[in-house]
Design a protein around this ligand. Structure first.
Ligand SMILES: NC(=O)c1ccc[n+]([C@@H]2O[C@H](COP(=O)([O-])OP(=O)(O)OC[C@H]3O[C@@H](n4cnc5c(N)ncnc54)[C@H](O)[C@@H]3O)[C@@H](O)[C@H]2O)c1
Length: 80
């Protein structure tokens, strides 16, 4: 995974904010989750139900796992 460059003024505003990230168990979503969480944001992450174990492992790996929660969701299905 490559290190991304982030404008420091944006990162400084993340503390206490809540961010919702879909497709968060792997790839770009997982990388974004780790960055937001590291800078103090609460992260509400979602991914397909079969990725639950992967998402929970991601949460355990975060700097602040107490500020993260996973909800299984398929963003292609909008019916409640
Ligand atoms: N990796 C790159 O360099 C790159 C560059 C440009 C664009 N993209 C695009 O960005 C997106 C993400 O790329 P990535 O490399 O992180 O992919 P990835 O496959 O590693 O991660 C995508 C995540 O989205 C989840 N997902 C897929 N369908 C879903 C659905 N219906 N509901 C909820 N979650 C779902 C997957 O389970 C997976 O965890 C892709 O569309 C990709 O084409 C990637």
């Amino acid at each position: 995974m490559h290190q991304l460059d982030h404008p420091s003024d944006i990162l400084a505003k993340l503390s206490g904010q809540t961010v919702i990230i879909t497709g968060a168990a792997r790839g770009i979503g997982a990388a974004a989750t780790a960055i937001f969480n590291r800078h103090g944001a609460n992260v509400a992450i979602a991914d397909l139900p079969q990725l639950q174990d992967t998402a929970e492992a991601l949460i355990r790996s975060l700097d602040h796992p107490e500020r993260a929660a996973f909800k299984a969701a398929n963003v292609m299905q909008w019916k409640l």
